[in-house]
Ligand binder design. Structure first.
Ligand code: ZN
Ligand code: FE
Length: 256
């Protein structure tokens, strides 16, 4: 089996679009549909034909281009079952534990409520890559528009079980502002300091900070570090439950 080929490109103001191509079958999936025109142009530039659309959640900057892109490509559309009344042009509804195929490559569907109540992520274990939408960001996580802190903590905890070298494709370029917040709550974290310096350099060169890896995020992303003694001590939450520490970090970020 050949490795999957990934093409990442900016969409709208700060979204990323992702095309995943399987050279063996010739299939191509697009993760979310922030902007149908941009996605079609990228596929054409690569010489790839879009055969599938996989949505992570119902927000317009993730599913808003479904009908236009499906009309143009006849692609098979996969979306989370919990968003059944909120995403259009869908052929297949998926839930936690389901699998979807790109040629012979299997992606596992992870239900990760928190940012919304229907959010899912797609993980290709054989390629060690995952598409996490607005659940996990580089040095951040999605805002809790619909879910509770406990739900989001449980969702993020499941992503932390993936191997450290797993490559994480997040849906937005928010890393620079996330880094500023992360340093405000965890200023003595050497891994975070190094990561933040790297982000500054990449953005100064106009380069993306996505993708990241689970290992890098576990070391530096405060939203994955609710169990860390130094971070807890700084927040004065030494004895709180992990989800309550996470909730406090999320609350501070919302007000940062
Ligand atoms: Zn969203
Ligand atoms: Fe989004």
């Amino acid at each position: 089996m050949s490795a999957l080929e990934i093409r990442q490109f900016p969409c709208l103001s700060d979204n990323y679009g992702f095309l995943i191509h399987d050279p063996d079958s010739g299939e191509t999936v697009v993760i979310d549909t922030p902007d149908a025109k941009t996605i079609e142009a990228e596929a054409a530039a690569a010489g790839w034909t879009i055969t599938q659309i996989w949505n992570t959640h119902h927000h317009w900057d993730h599913a808003g281009g479904n009908s236009e892109l499906k009309a143009a490509t006849k692609a098979h559309v996969v979306a989370p079952k919990a968003d059944q009344n909120r995403i259009d042009s869908v052929d297949q509804w998926v839930q936690d534990g389901d699998t979807v195929m790109l040629g012979q490559h299997r992606a596992d569907v992870y239900f990760t409520p928190g940012h919304t109540l229907g959010h899912v992520c797609y993980h290709f274990p054989d390629q060690k890559i995952a598409f996490v939408g607005d659940t996990l960001f580089a040095l951040g996580c999605g805002r809790l528009f619909e879910g509770s802190p406990q739900q989001m903590w449980d969702s993020l905890s499941r992503l932390m079980d993936w191997p450290d070298e797993t490559t994480i494709y997040c849906a937005h370029e928010y890393t620079q502002s996330n880094a500023a917040f992360a340093l405000s709550v965890d200023p003595d974290n050497r891994d975070l300091q190094a990561y933040a310096a790297q982000v500054e350099a990449e953005r100064a060169r106009g380069e993306p900070t996505v993708p990241t890896t689970i290992g890098a995020e576990k070391a530096a992303n405060p939203f994955l570090r609710a169990a860390d003694p130094a971070l807890r001590a700084r927040l004065g939450l030494e004895t709180a439950a992990d989800a309550d520490v996470f909730a406090e970090i999320r609350r501070r970020k919302d007000n940062f």
